[in-house]
Design a protein around this ligand. Structure first.
Ligand code: ATP
Ligand code: MG
Length: 410
């Protein structure tokens, strides 16, 4: 029986790799310009890191983790990279560096979810984390950076949604109100919502189940959701963020239902959505997580960051044309063809030679598909130490001395 890739995983095939390179190249270039340095953390960590870091009321921790035992330790393939970066930040004493400490990453993440368009079990994220700044300027810069990165990829038609979750103090009051107003509806909520009702009522607002969404649309519930519950300090931080974004011409819409799926956020949360992605329409999610570093055993350090799904970005990008070879050597003498090919490769050209021993017309047909020039090495050329160069765009053909070839195809 043929062995297939595991459900929810995908090969990235050679013809797709150019796009991935673009995502990675632009990340390196733009994030560096904003002072971020790349960090690469291990793909697996102790399970407790995610239980404490991501939060044990989240779907990720409750249902989606790939967890396994080795030498009586419970280990987990990372479902996201913020927890790993924070662990590394603490472990490597990065809080001693002068703030802000700016880090970025890219790589595979693993979540046991139902695979569908835009949702895989192994997928890739690129993201940033900024440590040490409480001011809303940090939140604004992180949002701006996400937008600039997306623009660099040619993605302009995206919507930035923002919200403020307040701080743990003001959120308690909000949670109490949400619970109160939803109490009469408890029996009609989905099982997940019922389970979250006590521990994490805010997350109910993020529920994707239609019958729950309907409930949340009721006016008395909307009134609570739309109320300005956050405390004065959080409100000030939020309005500063909006001012910065206005000043910087970053367009956004406010969405009070935006709560994000991870427990560690406070104050700013944001998402960037595309209208061209169907139901899995979020390309970027992020926000502020001021208590995470301390929760994971480090010094109290404010932080803000985002993560983007690279598969979803890729599906928004046009397919790039396949790169053509600089030249294709057409010959029935493989030894000579090999030698010429090698000379040119050593000078930096991308060259292949034909090994089929077919008629020249056939070899030229192939060359026209994959290369810019055909380098013809027939008996005459070999005798006279020349090469016939055929421009495969214009069909023009010239005969030149062998050492002239690089100049002609360069
Ligand atoms: P979603 O609501 O789409 O499940 P999320 O809130 O779980 O997203 P985050 O954990 O914030 O997402 O991850 C950031 C980004 O990573 C998402 O906006 C999305 O683009 C991408 N992403 C998340 N889960 C997957 C997945 N299973 N497959 C592909 N991309 C994903
Ligand atoms: Mg999710």
């Amino acid at each position: 029986m043929v062995i297939k890739a595991v459900k929810g995983t995908k090969d990235i095939l050679p013809q797709e790799v150019a796009q991935w390179h673009k995502l990675e190249r632009n990340a390196l270039e733009i994030f560096s310009r904003y002072g971020y340095r790349e960090i690469r953390t291990p793909i697996f960590e102790v399970t407790e890191l995610f239980a404490r870091g991501v939060g044990d009321t989240t779907d990720i921790v409750n249902k989606e983790m790939y967890t396994f035992e080795k030498s009586e330790r419970s280990l987990t393939l990372r479902p996201e990279n913020t927890a790993g970066v924070v662990r590394s930040f603490i472990e490597n004493g990065m809080s001693r560096l002068s703030a802000p400490v700016k880090l970025w990453y890219k790589g595979p993440m693993f979540r046991y979810e139902r695979p569908q368009a835009g949702r895989q079990r192994q997928f890739h994220q690129v993201g940033v984390e900024m440590f040490g700044v409480k001011d809303a300027a940090a939140d604004a810069e992180v949002i701006l950076l996400a937008v600039e990165y997306l623009k660099s990829l040619g993605l302009n038609d995206l919507e930035v949604e923002i919200n403020s979750l307040g701080c743990p103090k003001c959120r308690e009051e909000y949670k109490r109100k949400i619970k109160e107003v939803l109490k009469p509806e408890f029996a009609n909520l989905c099982e997940d919502c019922q389970n979250r009702y006590e521990k994490n009522p805010l997350r109910l607002l993020d529920c994707k189940v239609e019958s729950c969404k309907k409930i949340f649309e009721k006016p008395e519930i909307q009134r609570v959701i739309r109320s300005d519950y956050i405390c004065e300090e959080c409100a000030k931080h939020y309005s500063e963020l909006k001012n910065y974004l206005d000043e910087l011409n970053v367009k956004y819409v406010e969405n009070k239902l935006l709560v994000r799926g991870l427990d560690y956020y406070n104050r700013t949360v944001f998402e960037i959505k595309s209208n061209n992605l169907g139901s899995q329409n979020a390309v970027c999610g992020g926000g502020r997580y001021d208590s995470l570093v301390k929760n994971l055993g480090g010094e109290d350090t404010p932080a803000v960051g985002f993560a983007m799904g690279m598969e979803r970005l890729n599906s928004l990008l046009p397919c790039p044309d396949e790169q053509k070879l600089d030249a294709y050597v057409v010959s029935n003498s493989s030894a000579d063809a090999f030698k010429l090919t090698q000379e040119l490769r050593n000078q930096g050209f991308m060259v292949e030679f034909d090994l089929s021993n077919k008629k020249f017309t056939k070899q030229l047909e192939k060359a026209a598909k994959i290369a810019k020039y055909a380098l013809i090495l027939g008996e005459d050329e070999i005798k006279s130490n020349t090469v016939s160069i055929k421009n495969l765009d214009t069909s023009e053909q010239i005969n030149v001395a062998r050492n002239e070839v690089p100049k002609k195809i360069g």
